[in-house]
Design a protein around this ligand. Structure first.
Ligand code: ATP
Length: 517
């Protein structure tokens, strides 16, 4: 646990030191759970967004994008259920006065049991050596099965109680499990209450005529209310999707994990409209497709897992999370939800407008079902950033800090250095820079010894360093150094563009989707 905390602390300080993420309004001591993306962070974030957009919109003929506004007619949120049901169960500790999400306290308790399972696995792996079969061990070991059963029972009870709004039982469960305040160890809890997460504000000049509106808590509703407009003007045929990226706002009860849980964050969502009755197949298909997208980035299949929900939201008939192994354990990165026809039907009812699709093949109208994929851009940023940050022991006994970002996502693709600041080398380096910057984000640096410049770029995550030396003046060649292998090669200046392109091209990376299972 201490190791995990250390790793997370390193992520936070590195994000600041290398211009990725700053605390918002830092000079005023910050605003809780609100962050700003800095000069490198904004590039990484944009590249993740583009990588998603290309995979979801550009590569699918039947998916188009929109950009709906953050403020929407207030009835939207009545219809969607957010006014009445977008709540989290909150519990306070009477002694420490700290506030928690009751469901998260219980989930963390289960994560601890999972930690025990991991320990059993590690112990057994050591004992059995090469002949160890993890799958078999997990499905036969008595102690492990007991732990698994315990987790299942706890989560099932919590799911049922939350679904039935039985908050007294949620508290009882916390008491039965003897869950204590993680900060103080106190078990002196208040009742569990529901807390609405939407931020409200007002439109209008005078208090009397002002209308209560909300900052959208999800981007999805902007897609639903535009469903028919897009379908008709785009002449879309079912099945088809509408994608959107944009800000969402939630007044989170507890927001302690950096950009994992923010009050203002960005979502990348896609709503896929399908024929009623086919939603289960599409749900399965999108679960697989989205996992492949993640795997294409090469961050290790062992760092992802599905979590199928027991506790379903009011609109869903099936739901799963893609969880990622963050520095603080496996947590939700993306949700895939089979949302039925709940949203479109609700908007029909509240607006009095028909939101039906006329199916020419079947010669009838119906309300489509929807399968949603919803990923937090900031959470994806944290997954990529924390996974890439590594301390590497070198052969000469020193260590280097390297940010092994997938090259396709790296803010700068190459850094260009003249070996020295004289003899015409800066001019050649500048010329290379002027040529490459049409295609890539490139960085120029002539300060300090080259070794030091390499280390700076390693820590900033730049995949290539290009050094111009005296020989370059005669042989039109430069040294290109790879961030991950530290290998250096002499190449022609005229080949640089192709070499970099081969490593950072979205096409090369996205094509891996076909190859990952
Ligand atoms: P959680 O259970 O962690 O609160 P959720 O199930 O409420 O998340 P969804 O409503 O399914 O989340 O939102 C879709 C995605 O949006 C999530 O998978 C997550 O990546 C992202 N997300 C949700 N809330 C936040 C937040 N407060 N900060 C950053 N990202 C968020």
């Amino acid at each position: 646990m201490a190791k995990q905390e250390d790793q997370f602390k390193k992520v936070l300080s590195h994000a600041k030191e290398y211009g990725y993420v700053f605390q918002s309004s830092e000079i005023y001591d910050g605003l809780s759970a609100v962050y700003d993306y800095a000069q490198n962070g904004v590039e990484l974030k944009k590249n993740i967004r583009d990588y998603w957009w290309k995979a979801m919109v550009q590569m699918h003929e039947n998916i188009v994008g929109i950009d709906a506004s953050i403020l929407m007619h207030p009835t939207t949120w009545k219809a969607s259920g957010h006014v009445d049901a977008f709540n989290d169960p909150l519990i306070d500790n009477k002694d420490s006065k700290k506030r928690y999400r009751a469901d998260v306290l219980i989930e963390d308790y289960c994560a601890k049991i999972e930690g025990k399972i991991d320990k059993e696995v590690a112990k057994a792996a050591k004992r059995f050596g090469a002949s160890f079969n993890k799958e078999e061990f997990l499905s036969t070991n008595g102690r492990v099965l007991g732990y698994q059963e315990k987790i299942k029972t706890i989560l099932a009870r919590m799911g049922k109680s939350l679904e039935n709004e039985d908050l007294a039982d949620v508290k009882l469960l916390i008491e039965d499990l003897e869950i204590a305040d993680p900060l103080t160890g106190s078990r002196n809890w208040t009742e569990v209450k529901q807390f609405n997460l939407m931020f409200g504000t007002q439109i209008g000049a005078s208090a009397e005529s002002a209308t209560q509106v909300y900052l959208r808590p999800e981007t999805a509703q902007g897609i639903f209310v535009n469903f028919l407009n897009v379908q008709k003007t785009g002449r879309m045929k079912i099945p088809f999707g509408i994608a959107q990226t944009g800000k969402a706002f939630r007044n989170e009860i507890v927001a302690r994990q950096f950009i994992f849980r923010m009050r203002e964050f960005e979502q990348m969502e896609m709503q896929f409209f399908v024929k009623p009755g086919t939603q289960k197949e599409w749900y399965k298909e999108w679960k697989e497709t989205r996992l492949k997208w993640h795997l294409s980035l090469g961050m290790g299949a062992e760092n992802y897992r599905f979590h199928d929900h027991d506790k379903l939201a009011h609109y869903a008939d099936a739901a799963a999370d893609i969880e990622f192994k963050f520095p603080f354990g496996f947590k939700e990165l993306e949700g895939i939800h089979s949302r039925t026809d709940f949203d479109l039907k609700a908007h029909e009812k509240h607006s009095g407008k028909k939101l039906q699709y006329f199916d020419h093949e079947e010669n009838k109208s119906y309300t489509p079902y929807v399968v949603e994929t919803s990923i937090g851009l900031d959470r994806m940023f944290l997954a990529v950033f924390s996974n890439s940050l590594q301390e590497e022991a070198l052969e000469n006994g020193t260590t280097r800090t390297v940010l092994k970002l997938p090259a396709v996502l790296a803010p700068f693709k190459a850094a260009i250095f003249p070996l020295v600041k004289k003899d015409g080398l800066p001019e050649v380096a500048r010329k290379i820079m002027d040529d490459l910057k049409w295609d890539f984000n490139v960085f120029y640096d002539e300060k300090d010894a080259v070794g030091k410049r390499y280390r700076r770029q390693d820590a900033a995550g730049t995949p290539f360093c290009i050094t111009v030396d005296h020989d370059s003046l005669n042989d039109d060649s430069v040294t290109i150094r790879h961030r991950d292998t530290m290998e250096q090669k002499r190449v022609l200046i005229s080949d640089l563009k192709d070499i970099i392109k081969a490593a950072v091209d979205v096409k090369t990376w996205l094509q891996k989707i076909e190859k990952t299972v």
